[in-house]
Design a protein around this ligand. Sequence first.
Ligand SMILES: [Zn+2]
Length: 341
Amino acid sequence: MIIDCHGHYTTAPKALEDFREAQIACDCDAHRLAALIRPRISDDEIRESLEGAQLKLQRERGSDLTVFSPRASAMAHHVGDEATSLQWSQVCNDLVARVCRLYPDNFVGVCQLPQSPGVPAAHSAAELERCVTELGFIGCNLNPDPSGGFWTAPPLTDRHWYPLYEKMVELDAPAMVHVSASCNPVFHATGAHYINADTTAFMQFIQGDLFKDFPTLKFIIPHGGGAVPYHWGRYRGLAQDMKRPPLSELLGNVFFDTCVYHQAGIDLLLKVIPVENILFGSEMVGAVRGIDPESGHNYDDTKRYIDASALPAAAKSAIFEGNARRVFPRLGARLKARANI
Ligand SMILES: [Zn+2]
Protein backbone atom coordinates (compact mmCIF):
# COMPACT_ATOMS: atom_id res chain seq x y z
CA MET A 1 0.00 0.00 0.00
CA ILE A 2 1.23 3.48 -0.79
CA ILE A 3 0.18 6.28 1.55
CA ASP A 4 0.78 9.87 0.47
CA CYS A 5 0.99 11.85 3.73
CA HIS A 6 0.64 15.27 2.12
CA GLY A 7 -2.19 16.30 -0.21
CA HIS A 8 -4.46 19.35 -0.27
CA TYR A 9 -7.89 19.97 -1.75
CA THR A 10 -6.54 22.53 -4.21
CA THR A 11 -9.21 21.70 -6.77
CA ALA A 12 -12.28 22.39 -4.61
CA PRO A 13 -15.38 23.63 -6.47
CA LYS A 14 -15.53 27.38 -7.05
CA ALA A 15 -18.42 27.79 -4.59
CA LEU A 16 -15.85 27.45 -1.80
CA GLU A 17 -13.83 30.39 -3.09
CA ASP A 18 -17.02 32.42 -3.60
CA PHE A 19 -17.94 31.73 0.02
CA ARG A 20 -14.53 32.91 1.17
CA GLU A 21 -14.89 36.15 -0.79
CA ALA A 22 -18.30 36.76 0.75
CA GLN A 23 -16.85 35.97 4.14
CA ILE A 24 -13.99 38.45 3.77
CA ALA A 25 -16.52 41.07 2.58
CA CYS A 26 -18.28 40.70 5.95
CA ASP A 27 -15.30 42.57 7.37
CA CYS A 28 -15.42 40.67 10.70
CA ASP A 29 -19.01 41.76 11.40
CA ALA A 30 -20.35 38.93 13.61
CA HIS A 31 -23.96 39.29 12.45
CA ARG A 32 -23.06 39.25 8.77
CA LEU A 33 -20.74 36.25 9.29
CA ALA A 34 -23.49 34.36 11.10
CA ALA A 35 -25.95 35.13 8.29
CA LEU A 36 -23.66 33.77 5.55
CA ILE A 37 -24.99 30.74 3.72
CA ARG A 38 -22.50 27.87 3.64
CA PRO A 39 -21.32 26.96 0.13
CA ARG A 40 -23.75 24.68 -1.67
CA ILE A 41 -21.70 21.94 -3.32
CA SER A 42 -23.18 18.69 -4.61
CA ASP A 43 -21.55 15.26 -4.33
CA ASP A 44 -21.24 15.24 -8.12
CA GLU A 45 -19.33 18.51 -8.05
CA ILE A 46 -16.97 17.04 -5.48
CA ARG A 47 -16.48 13.91 -7.58
CA GLU A 48 -15.85 16.03 -10.67
CA SER A 49 -13.27 18.14 -8.86
CA LEU A 50 -11.25 15.04 -7.92
CA GLU A 51 -11.75 12.55 -10.74
CA GLY A 52 -9.62 14.47 -13.24
CA ALA A 53 -7.06 15.56 -10.68
CA GLN A 54 -6.07 13.84 -7.41
CA LEU A 55 -7.80 10.54 -8.18
CA LYS A 56 -6.42 10.44 -11.72
CA LEU A 57 -2.92 11.11 -10.41
CA GLN A 58 -3.25 8.48 -7.70
CA ARG A 59 -4.13 5.93 -10.38
CA GLU A 60 -1.45 7.05 -12.83
CA ARG A 61 1.34 7.29 -10.28
CA GLY A 62 0.37 4.28 -8.20
CA SER A 63 -0.48 5.70 -4.79
CA ASP A 64 -3.47 4.41 -2.85
CA LEU A 65 -4.42 6.69 0.00
CA THR A 66 -3.80 10.42 0.45
CA VAL A 67 -3.76 12.15 3.83
CA PHE A 68 -5.89 15.06 2.68
CA SER A 69 -6.33 18.56 4.07
CA PRO A 70 -7.80 21.88 2.94
CA ARG A 71 -5.75 23.99 0.57
CA ALA A 72 -2.87 25.30 2.68
CA SER A 73 -2.26 28.61 0.96
CA ALA A 74 -5.96 29.46 1.37
CA MET A 75 -5.96 28.98 5.16
CA ALA A 76 -4.74 32.61 5.28
CA HIS A 77 -4.88 32.92 9.03
CA HIS A 78 -3.88 36.55 8.82
CA VAL A 79 -7.18 37.45 7.13
CA GLY A 80 -10.13 38.59 9.26
CA ASP A 81 -10.48 37.80 12.94
CA GLU A 82 -10.86 34.75 15.16
CA ALA A 83 -14.52 34.19 14.27
CA THR A 84 -13.73 34.47 10.55
CA SER A 85 -10.91 31.94 10.85
CA LEU A 86 -13.06 29.50 12.83
CA GLN A 87 -15.91 29.65 10.34
CA TRP A 88 -13.53 29.27 7.38
CA SER A 89 -11.79 26.30 9.01
CA GLN A 90 -15.11 24.58 9.73
CA VAL A 91 -16.34 25.06 6.17
CA CYS A 92 -13.07 23.77 4.67
CA ASN A 93 -12.83 20.83 7.08
CA ASP A 94 -16.45 19.84 6.49
CA LEU A 95 -15.78 19.76 2.76
CA VAL A 96 -12.68 17.56 3.18
CA ALA A 97 -14.79 15.28 5.40
CA ARG A 98 -17.28 14.89 2.55
CA VAL A 99 -14.41 13.95 0.20
CA CYS A 100 -13.28 11.30 2.70
CA ARG A 101 -16.82 9.93 3.04
CA LEU A 102 -17.25 9.73 -0.75
CA TYR A 103 -13.85 8.07 -1.25
CA PRO A 104 -12.93 6.32 2.01
CA ASP A 105 -10.29 4.17 0.30
CA ASN A 106 -8.58 7.14 -1.32
CA PHE A 107 -8.58 9.92 1.26
CA VAL A 108 -8.27 10.35 5.00
CA GLY A 109 -8.68 13.80 6.53
CA VAL A 110 -6.30 16.16 8.28
CA CYS A 111 -7.78 19.45 9.44
CA GLN A 112 -7.02 23.10 9.02
CA LEU A 113 -6.91 24.77 12.43
CA PRO A 114 -8.62 28.05 13.22
CA GLN A 115 -5.73 30.34 14.10
CA SER A 116 -5.32 34.12 14.17
CA PRO A 117 -2.42 36.39 15.07
CA GLY A 118 -2.43 37.15 18.80
CA VAL A 119 -5.15 34.63 19.63
CA PRO A 120 -4.32 31.89 22.18
CA ALA A 121 -3.49 28.53 20.58
CA ALA A 122 -5.89 26.98 23.10
CA HIS A 123 -8.70 28.31 20.90
CA SER A 124 -7.66 25.91 18.11
CA ALA A 125 -8.18 22.80 20.23
CA ALA A 126 -11.98 22.52 19.95
CA GLU A 127 -11.94 22.38 16.14
CA LEU A 128 -9.19 19.73 16.24
CA GLU A 129 -11.33 17.69 18.61
CA ARG A 130 -14.44 18.09 16.43
CA CYS A 131 -12.53 17.00 13.33
CA VAL A 132 -10.98 13.95 14.99
CA THR A 133 -13.93 12.73 17.03
CA GLU A 134 -16.82 13.71 14.72
CA LEU A 135 -15.30 13.77 11.22
CA GLY A 136 -12.79 10.93 11.61
CA PHE A 137 -9.70 13.00 10.87
CA ILE A 138 -6.26 11.75 11.94
CA GLY A 139 -4.23 14.94 12.48
CA CYS A 140 -3.94 18.64 11.77
CA ASN A 141 -1.93 21.24 9.91
CA LEU A 142 -0.42 23.68 12.39
CA ASN A 143 0.63 27.10 11.14
CA PRO A 144 3.65 28.37 13.14
CA ASP A 145 3.14 31.84 11.66
CA PRO A 146 -0.54 32.89 11.54
CA SER A 147 0.59 36.41 10.63
CA GLY A 148 1.42 35.24 7.10
CA GLY A 149 5.11 36.04 6.84
CA PHE A 150 5.78 38.42 9.72
CA TRP A 151 6.47 35.77 12.42
CA THR A 152 4.71 37.44 15.32
CA ALA A 153 3.79 34.18 17.12
CA PRO A 154 6.10 32.67 19.77
CA PRO A 155 8.30 29.69 18.82
CA LEU A 156 6.60 26.31 18.62
CA THR A 157 8.36 25.34 21.84
CA ASP A 158 6.68 28.17 23.79
CA ARG A 159 3.96 27.47 26.34
CA HIS A 160 1.61 29.50 24.13
CA TRP A 161 1.07 26.31 22.10
CA TYR A 162 0.80 23.88 25.00
CA PRO A 163 -3.02 23.72 25.31
CA LEU A 164 -3.20 22.66 21.65
CA TYR A 165 -0.41 20.11 22.16
CA GLU A 166 -2.30 18.67 25.14
CA LYS A 167 -5.26 18.08 22.85
CA MET A 168 -3.04 16.60 20.11
CA VAL A 169 -1.54 14.16 22.64
CA GLU A 170 -4.94 13.30 24.11
CA LEU A 171 -6.29 12.54 20.63
CA ASP A 172 -3.07 10.93 19.35
CA ALA A 173 -3.23 13.33 16.41
CA PRO A 174 0.08 14.59 14.97
CA ALA A 175 0.53 17.94 13.23
CA MET A 176 2.17 18.80 9.98
CA VAL A 177 3.94 22.14 10.45
CA HIS A 178 2.44 24.07 7.56
CA VAL A 179 2.38 27.80 6.94
CA SER A 180 -0.10 29.43 4.61
CA ALA A 181 -0.01 32.36 2.23
CA SER A 182 2.63 35.03 2.62
CA CYS A 183 1.42 38.61 2.80
CA ASN A 184 5.02 39.78 3.15
CA PRO A 185 6.23 40.44 -0.40
CA VAL A 186 9.80 39.45 0.43
CA PHE A 187 8.69 35.82 0.87
CA HIS A 188 7.26 33.95 -2.08
CA ALA A 189 4.69 31.62 -0.50
CA THR A 190 5.68 28.17 -1.75
CA GLY A 191 9.23 29.03 -2.81
CA ALA A 192 10.46 30.83 0.29
CA HIS A 193 7.86 31.09 3.09
CA TYR A 194 7.10 27.33 3.15
CA ILE A 195 10.75 26.27 3.11
CA ASN A 196 11.72 28.94 5.68
CA ALA A 197 9.00 27.71 8.02
CA ASP A 198 10.13 24.08 7.76
CA THR A 199 13.69 25.07 8.59
CA THR A 200 12.61 27.48 11.34
CA ALA A 201 10.43 24.87 13.06
CA PHE A 202 13.29 22.40 13.24
CA MET A 203 15.68 24.98 14.71
CA GLN A 204 13.03 25.88 17.31
CA PHE A 205 12.78 22.22 18.29
CA ILE A 206 16.58 22.12 18.76
CA GLN A 207 16.48 25.19 21.02
CA GLY A 208 13.57 24.12 23.22
CA ASP A 209 12.67 21.30 25.58
CA LEU A 210 9.26 20.65 24.09
CA PHE A 211 9.52 16.88 23.87
CA LYS A 212 10.53 16.57 27.51
CA ASP A 213 7.11 18.01 28.32
CA PHE A 214 5.33 16.08 25.55
CA PRO A 215 7.21 12.84 24.91
CA THR A 216 4.50 11.50 22.55
CA LEU A 217 3.85 14.70 20.57
CA LYS A 218 4.61 14.27 16.87
CA PHE A 219 5.29 16.70 14.04
CA ILE A 220 5.85 16.15 10.37
CA ILE A 221 8.01 18.79 8.77
CA PRO A 222 6.98 18.90 5.12
CA HIS A 223 8.83 19.72 1.92
CA GLY A 224 11.62 17.35 2.87
CA GLY A 225 12.32 19.34 6.04
CA GLY A 226 13.16 22.58 4.23
CA ALA A 227 16.90 23.23 4.40
CA VAL A 228 17.42 20.87 7.34
CA PRO A 229 18.72 17.68 5.71
CA TYR A 230 21.03 19.63 3.39
CA HIS A 231 22.48 21.53 6.36
CA TRP A 232 22.39 18.63 8.83
CA GLY A 233 26.01 19.29 9.86
CA ARG A 234 25.17 22.89 10.71
CA TYR A 235 22.28 21.82 12.94
CA ARG A 236 24.34 19.09 14.61
CA GLY A 237 27.11 21.61 15.23
CA LEU A 238 24.75 24.27 16.53
CA ALA A 239 23.13 21.80 18.92
CA GLN A 240 26.60 20.82 20.14
CA ASP A 241 27.75 24.45 20.59
CA MET A 242 24.53 25.31 22.41
CA LYS A 243 24.94 22.29 24.74
CA ARG A 244 21.72 20.86 23.41
CA PRO A 245 21.10 17.11 23.06
CA PRO A 246 22.16 15.42 19.81
CA LEU A 247 19.66 15.72 16.95
CA SER A 248 18.88 12.02 17.20
CA GLU A 249 16.89 12.83 20.34
CA LEU A 250 14.42 14.85 18.25
CA LEU A 251 13.82 11.98 15.90
CA GLY A 252 11.33 10.23 18.15
CA ASN A 253 9.01 13.19 17.60
CA VAL A 254 9.95 14.84 14.32
CA PHE A 255 9.41 13.37 10.87
CA PHE A 256 9.97 14.55 7.31
CA ASP A 257 8.05 14.04 4.09
CA THR A 258 9.40 13.49 0.58
CA CYS A 259 8.05 16.63 -1.11
CA VAL A 260 11.41 17.35 -2.70
CA TYR A 261 11.09 17.64 -6.42
CA HIS A 262 14.28 16.16 -7.84
CA GLN A 263 16.24 12.93 -7.53
CA ALA A 264 19.41 14.40 -6.02
CA GLY A 265 17.41 16.10 -3.28
CA ILE A 266 15.59 12.88 -2.40
CA ASP A 267 18.85 10.92 -2.45
CA LEU A 268 20.32 13.38 0.04
CA LEU A 269 17.22 13.20 2.26
CA LEU A 270 17.38 9.39 2.28
CA LYS A 271 21.09 9.44 3.06
CA VAL A 272 20.91 11.94 5.94
CA ILE A 273 17.60 11.22 7.68
CA PRO A 274 16.91 7.74 9.11
CA VAL A 275 14.41 5.75 7.05
CA GLU A 276 11.98 5.49 9.98
CA ASN A 277 11.64 9.29 10.03
CA ILE A 278 10.61 9.71 6.39
CA LEU A 279 7.02 9.57 5.15
CA PHE A 280 6.14 9.46 1.50
CA GLY A 281 4.44 12.67 0.38
CA SER A 282 3.88 14.47 -2.91
CA GLU A 283 1.75 17.54 -2.10
CA MET A 284 -0.11 16.96 -5.32
CA VAL A 285 -1.99 18.75 -6.76
CA GLY A 286 -0.12 21.64 -5.33
CA ALA A 287 2.92 23.78 -5.23
CA VAL A 288 4.66 22.85 -8.48
CA ARG A 289 2.42 21.60 -11.25
CA GLY A 290 4.72 21.47 -14.28
CA ILE A 291 6.69 18.77 -16.03
CA ASP A 292 10.45 18.61 -15.60
CA PRO A 293 11.88 18.75 -19.16
CA GLU A 294 14.98 16.89 -17.94
CA SER A 295 13.03 13.84 -16.77
CA GLY A 296 9.84 14.19 -18.79
CA HIS A 297 7.79 13.67 -15.60
CA ASN A 298 5.95 15.96 -13.22
CA TYR A 299 8.20 17.48 -10.60
CA ASP A 300 5.75 16.40 -7.90
CA ASP A 301 5.65 12.76 -9.02
CA THR A 302 7.79 11.98 -5.99
CA LYS A 303 7.14 8.24 -6.02
CA ARG A 304 9.50 7.94 -8.98
CA TYR A 305 12.40 9.30 -6.94
CA ILE A 306 11.85 6.81 -4.11
CA ASP A 307 11.47 3.97 -6.61
CA ALA A 308 14.71 5.01 -8.34
CA SER A 309 16.68 5.36 -5.11
CA ALA A 310 19.16 2.74 -3.96
CA LEU A 311 17.17 1.89 -0.82
CA PRO A 312 16.36 -1.78 -0.15
CA ALA A 313 12.73 -2.85 -0.62
CA ALA A 314 11.97 -2.98 3.12
CA ALA A 315 13.09 0.64 3.56
CA LYS A 316 10.98 1.78 0.62
CA SER A 317 8.00 -0.01 2.09
CA ALA A 318 8.51 1.76 5.43
CA ILE A 319 8.57 5.13 3.66
CA PHE A 320 5.55 4.31 1.50
CA GLU A 321 3.39 2.73 4.18
CA GLY A 322 4.73 1.55 7.52
CA ASN A 323 5.93 4.90 8.84
CA ALA A 324 2.63 6.65 8.05
CA ARG A 325 0.71 3.90 9.88
CA ARG A 326 2.96 4.40 12.90
CA VAL A 327 3.13 8.21 12.93
CA PHE A 328 -0.65 8.53 12.44
CA PRO A 329 -1.86 5.96 15.01
CA ARG A 330 -5.50 6.59 14.13
CA LEU A 331 -4.76 5.72 10.51
CA GLY A 332 -2.82 2.61 11.54
CA ALA A 333 -5.71 1.43 13.70
CA ARG A 334 -8.26 2.10 10.99
CA LEU A 335 -6.32 0.25 8.29
CA LYS A 336 -5.77 -2.67 10.63
CA ALA A 337 -9.48 -2.82 11.47
CA ARG A 338 -10.37 -2.64 7.78
CA ALA A 339 -8.00 -5.49 6.96
CA ASN A 340 -9.63 -7.66 9.62
CA ILE A 341 -13.17 -7.23 8.30
ZN1 LIG B 1 1.27 21.36 1.71
